[in-house]
Design a protein around this ligand. Sequence first.
Ligand code: ATP
Length: 294
Amino acid sequence: MPPILEVRRLRKQYADLMAVDDVSFSIPAGVCFGLLGPNGAGKTTTLEVIEGILKPTAGDILYKGQPRTAAFKNEIGIQFQHTALLAMLTVQETLQVFQSLYPAAEDLEHLVNRCQLGEFRHQRHENISGGQRQRFLLALALVNRPQLLFLDEPSTGLDPQARHNLWDVVNQIKADGKTIILTTHYMEEAQQLCDTVAIMDHGRIIAQGAPEALIRDHCEGVTVVLPRRRFTQAQGQPSLPYRIEGDTVRILPANIDDALRELMGLKIDLSEMTVQSPNLEHVFLNLTGRQLRE
Ligand code: ATP
């Protein structure tokens, strides 16, 4: 079976700026694919070209192995960062308006349950909280039973509880078999939701793969961090690989259990020790030397 979406050598130019510069990736059906990168990296432009909102300067986009046709827009769902809705309507009334636009719309109760809208379905949509609004916009994106769902920074501005709530909903939508393309600034979100991620910078993809594989390939592994003054009190010579950075010592052990045994054997006080696991943020920093959130 061909991938549900294939992007080949995509380019989008604005005057002198190549906002999307030779981007290629392919997405098998049923996975969640994340596009990551700092502000201005080209994530939204890439999504909007795929969605058919913007025309590409060059490149091909294949949906189920074929160029997109007019039917493509009926088979995708888009959760925009900003959406204008009819004023004065409740959440449920808005969903019903959207349902009436499609001949085979999703069942209302399914949408309410899937996106956890029950508590506020009869409230006017202008009055719901940020987290509730994101789940509501997700329900609107699902109205036409899309196979492919686009989520552009779905949890930006949400508090931690609302964000976790949204992740639960997105994971259930994934379990329904939908394919999801997501942009985010939050590395934890990408690690929670995405099977594959592409990291973009200056319009180009600079790394691509499963989050764990990227971390394995681009990071050093677990780091044990100790205050330097504790480390220098060791009773003996440590054999562990380490480097001194100002007042701290960073130990990069091959095996964390062996490292801790050795440190205890050297009678080093470990009360101020921290153990850092590498994550996607470290991958990004290692590849670009830039902060992911600007
Ligand atoms: P963010 O995380 O802020 O949403 P992004 O990765 O989605 O950023 P894009 O919005 O795709 O980035 O923008 C990529 C680049 O293209 C930026 O430099 C932006 O200023 C530029 N750009 C976007 N739209 C236009 C436009 N209509 N005309 C000119 N330049 C544009």
